[in-house]
Design a protein around this ligand. Sequence first.
Ligand code: GAL
Length: 405
Amino acid sequence: MVVNGKLNVMGGIHKMKKKIFGLFMAAAASLFCLAGCTTATDGGSTGSGTTSNTTTTTTTNAGDDGSLQVGIVLPTKDEPRWLQDQAQFEKILGDAGFTNQVLFSQGSSATEKTNVETLLSKGVDVLIICPQDGAAAAAAVEAAKAEGVTVIAYDRLITGTEAVDYYVTFDSFAVGEAQGQYLIDNAPAGTDIPLYLYAGAATDNNAFIFFEGAWSVLQPKIADGTFKIANSSEAEALKGKASLTREEMAAIIGQVSTDWDFNTAKSKAEANLTIAGADMKGDVLVLAPNDGTARSIADVFASDKDITSYVVTGQDSEKASVQYIIDGIQSMTVFKDTRTLAQDSVEMAITILKGETPATDSSYNNEVKDVPAKQTNIVVVTKDNVTQALIDSGYYDAADFTGLN
Ligand code: GAL
């Protein structure tokens, strides 16, 4: 989208003053646009529009010197979740009149690094980045830091580097805890109930936090024999431990990771059910880490004639999963309101552009430093509250679904 308001007329003014003036003009531009600005679907005066399947551009002319103000790098277009984030960033920053560009890394740390370099070459002041691989992204943000750019890790933490200034995140421990608690609250009566564990990508720090949250509530039920682990010898060996080290979690995740990929999730679920004995069938529980993997795992479990019933978790409130929940195929999802997360990141970026220090409410250790963080709460969504949580809140349109009450 291009917002046409010719404002880059400030040559010669000191950089900081230019920034403040730029902010003022940006606000003026957004007001001006209410009165009638032209929009286009892609392209822009400083950007190139959709230049490849890894690139999407949104620009305005409100930048202080024509350079890019906020650069955003997201992991992949292949999960609807990140497209929701992209839409929020483009809307919020576009409406506020800030030059910005969103680039996708498409599952490649090399592309991610190139994306950061592209944004640096366009003079970006603030980089908002959700890493594909939390450790590998360190090199990219170090390059940004070297050019004086402020780095905000978005949703996933970047580990092993000093070069992260802030972290904007959902409460990921609470996500895992809610998934585990849902399984407990909706488990069939009895003992020895088969529990299938699946996790996210081992390269994503969040996958550990989600698992840690889930384990914190599931472990006592595994230890006392209410649940029995169906598909991880590592988890089985550690069932006596209330809290796990990162290495111990890595061992479990190594066995049950989906890599956040629905095809991997599908093959893993199929392989697990192929070798599962009768004692691991019947009424079962499934910890699925997010919606994409939950849908493919649910499809596999639903088609096994020896599975009488299953309860399966999810995360992200993707449209397809909301429909699955309405249809009774997926049991729950965790709503992470990306509007809030994008809004928080943008507010943080604007505060930084003004030369002020943004507010934070927590901190996350990334192995070398405690990164000041701003955290957002999550909401559990089931068939019972789907309308209230996702439609009444304006997140989705009722017309996007069939069979809503
Ligand atoms: C996590 C993110 C989740 C989910 C997942 C798969 O890091 O917090 O919301 O989208 O990645 O991409």
